[in-house]
Design a protein around this ligand. Structure first.
Ligand code: NAD
Length: 486
C-alpha cells in the first residue's frame, strides 16, 4: 500500500485516512529546541475540523466494532513491524522536535513498541468471564464491548510513547480514535499516522486533529466522544477530568509530578549518584518520572558533594550528539519560567550549590539550562512543592527513613518515588508506606511497562482506571452480563 506523505512544512490533520488542511488559518511554528531551526508549522485547528473528525470516526466505529478481534489485532502486528523498521528515523524526529537525547528518544520508541505488543494480544485480553450454575440451571456470562469514539490528548515530553499508551489498545478493543497531539511536538504524530496507514488501518478508525484549547474543549464537549485519555500538566488534567466527567464521559487524566528519591546511609552511593543524575537531568528533567527531589538521610555531605561533582561533568548539547546527556528545555518561555523558580529558591533561603544558569552564557543557541542543584530545601519552599519540569534538583535533609516518608506524604503529587538502600526492613517499610503509585528500589526511573498500569496517585492522576495493562482494557471496554436459564 502506498503511504500518503503528510506535508512536513505545513502539517495537516489526518481525517478519514486523508491528510487535510485545517479549515481555519491559524498556524503555529514548531522550532527545534536545540537550534531554533523552524521545522514545520502546525495548524491550530477549530471546532469544525474536530467535528469532521468525530463524524467520520463515529461512522467508522459502526463497522470497526464488528471486525473480528484477531483481525483488529493483526493491524498491530504490521504496525509493530513498521515501528521496528523505522525505529532510528522515528527517534531522530523526536530529537528534532522535542530536543531530548537520541538514546532517550530511541528508548521512548521502544516503550511505545511494547504498548503495541501488548495491544496485539487483544484476543486474550478481551476474553470475558463465565460461571455456570450460579443458581439451579442458571449460567452467567460477561462479554466486553467497545465504547465508541475515544479522544486522546497528549503532552510534548513523550510524543511517541504517550499516544501509544492510548490508541493501540483503544483501537484493538473496537473503538475508533481522535488524537490531539501536543502542538509543541506534532511532527512525529503525523509520521505515526503514515505508518498506521501503511499497516492497513481502515479509514476513519484513527484520526489526528492538531491544535490547542479549542480542539481539547471540542473533544470534552462532543456527545459522540465516549471517553477521554489525557496526559499533561496538573491544572489542565484537573480541568479535563472535571469537564469530561460533567459531560458524562469516562476519563483518565494523568497529571504532573514531584518524585522523591530517598538515599539511605547504607545505599550503594556510586550507583545512587549515577541513577539520580540520569533521572534528574536526562531529557532535561522533562519526564513525569524524573527525580526532582532527593531526601538525603543522615549526615551525608560526601554524597551531596559527589552529586555536585557529577553534575559538573555532564555533557550538554544537541541530542543528536551521542555524548550528550543534558539537552534543552522545550521552549524559551519554559526556560524563563524555570529561571523564575531558581530566583524563588534563592529568595526563600535554599542553598544554590550548582547554578545551571552559568551554561546559558556559553550556549547561545537553543533553550539550554545547565544542571541546577539546591541544598537544604525545606518542604514549604516553592521549589519543593511545585513541579518545575526542568534540570533543577532540590535536596532535602532527614534524620531517618520516617523523615523521608513524611516528605513524600506531604507532597500533593504521588507519581513515583525511589529508595536507595540495601536493607530489607527499610525496603519493606518504604514499599508499605510511601504515598505514591510507582515505586523504585535502587531504580532511577521506575516507569512501568505496558502490561502493568501506569499508576500515579494523589494529584498526579484524576480518574479510576489508569493507562496500560488490564486497567487499559477495562477503560476502553464496557461489560455486558448475560444470565441464562436452560
Ligand atoms: P500541558 O498540560 O501543557 O499540555 C498537555 C495537553 O493539553 C496538550 O495537548 C495541550 O495542547 C493541552 N492543553 C494545554 N493547556 C490547555 C488548556 N488550558 N486547555 C485545554 N487544553 C490544554 O502539558 P505539557 O507541558 O505538554 O506536558 C508536560 C506535563 O505533562 C508535565 O506536567 C508532566 O508531568 C505531565 N506528564 C505526566 C505524565 C504522567 O504519566 N503522569 C506523563 C507525561 C507527562
Amino acid at each position: 500500500m502506498t503511504v500518503t506523505k503528510s506535508d512536513m512544512k505545513d502539517l495537516k490533520n489526518y481525517i478519514n485516512g486523508k491528510w487535510v488542511a485545517s479549515s481555519g488559518s491559524e498556524m503555529m511554528e514548531v522550532p527545534n529546541p536545540a537550534t531554533g531551526e523552524r521545522l514545520a508549522r502546525v495548524p491550530i485547528s477549530n471546532k469544525k475540523d474536530l467535528d469532521d473528525a468525530v463524524k467520520v470516526a463515529n461512522e467508522a466505529f459502526q463497522t470497526w466494532k464488528n471486525v473480528p478481534v484477531p483481525k483488529r489485532a493483526r493491524v498491530m502486528y504490521k504496525f509493530h513491524y513498521l515501528l521496528n523498521e523505522h525505529h532510528e528515523e522515528l527517534a531522530k524526529l523526536i530529537v528534532q522536535e522535542n530536543g531530548k537525547a537520541f538514546k532517550e528518544a530511541y528508548g521512548e520508541i521502544q516503550r511505545g513498541i511494547e504498548c503495541v505488543e501488548f495491544a496485539a494480544g487483544a484476543p486474550t485480553h478481551l476474553m470475558g468471564e463465565t460461571l455456570s450454575n450460579i443458581a439451579e440451571d442458571i449460567d452467567s456470562e460477561m462479554f466486553r464491548y467497545p465504547l465508541g469514539v475515544v479522544g486522546g490528548i497528549t503532552p510534548f515530553n513523550f510524543p511517541m510513547m504517550v499516544p501509544l499508551w492510548m490508541f493501540p489498545l483503544a483501537i484493538v478493543c473496537g473503538n475508533t480514535f481522535v488524537l490531539k497531539p501536543s502542538e509543541r511536538t506534532p511532527i512525529l504524530a503525523n509520521r505515526i499516522g503514515e505508518l498506521l496507514t501503511e499497516a492497513g488501518i481502515p479509514d476513519g478508525v484513527f484520526n489526528i486533529v492538531h491544535g490547542a484549547h479549542d480542539v481539547v474543549n471540542g473533544l470534552l464537549e462532543h456527545p459522540d466522544i465516549k471517553a477521554i485519555s489525557f496526559v499533561g500538566s496538573q491544572p489542565v488534567a484537573k480541568y479535563v477530568y472535571e469537564q469530561a466527567a460533567t459531560n458524562g464521559k469516562r476519563v483518565q487524566a494523568l497529571s504532573g509530578a514531584k518524585n522523591h528519591h530517598i538515599v539511605m546511609p547504607d545505599a550503594d552511593m556510586e550507583k545512587a549518584v549515577q541513577n539520580i543524575i540520569s533521572s534528574t537531568f536526562g531529557s532535561a528533567g522533562q519526564r513525569c518520572m524524573a527525580c526532582s527531589a532527593v531526601v538525603v538521610v543522615g549526615d551525608n555531605d560526601k554524597f551531596v558533594e559527589e552529586l555536585r561533582k557529577k553534575a559538573d561533568e555532564l555533557t550538554i548539547g544537541n541530542g543528536l550528539d551521542e555524548e550528550v546527556l543534558l539537552t534543552p528545555v522545550i521552549r524559551e518561555s519554559h526556560r524563563q519560567k524555570v529561571l523564575g523558580y531558581i530566583e524563588k529558591g534563592i529568595e526563600e533561603g535554599a542553598d544554590l550549590i550548582r547554578d545551571g544558569r552559568r551554561e546559558m552564557s556559553v550556549m547561545k543557541e537553543g533553550n539550554f539550562l545547565g544542571p541546577t542543584i539546591f541544598d537544604h530545601v525545606t518542604p514549604e519552599m516553592t521549589i519543593a512543592k511545585e513541579e518545575i519540569f526542568a534540570p533543577v534538583l532540590s535536596l532535602l535533609r532527614a534524620d531517618d527513613l520516617d523523615g523521608g516518608l513524611e516528605y513524600i506524604r506531604k507532597s500533593r503529587f504521588g507519581n513515583g518515588a525511589t529508595l536507595y538502600s540495601q536493607d530489607a526492613a527499610s525496603v519493606r517499610k518504604f514499599r508499605e508506606e510511601a504515598d505514591a503509585g510507582m515505586l523504585g528500589i535502587n531504580i532511577g526511573v521506575p516507569a512501568t511497562m505496558a502490561f502493568f498500569p501506569f499508576s500515579g496517585w494523589k494529584d498526579s492522576f484524576y480518574g479510576d482506571l489508569h493507562v496500560n495493562g488490564k486497567d487499559g482494557i477495562n477503560f476502553y471496554t464496557r461489560k455486558k452480563m448475560i444470565t441464562s436459564r436452560y
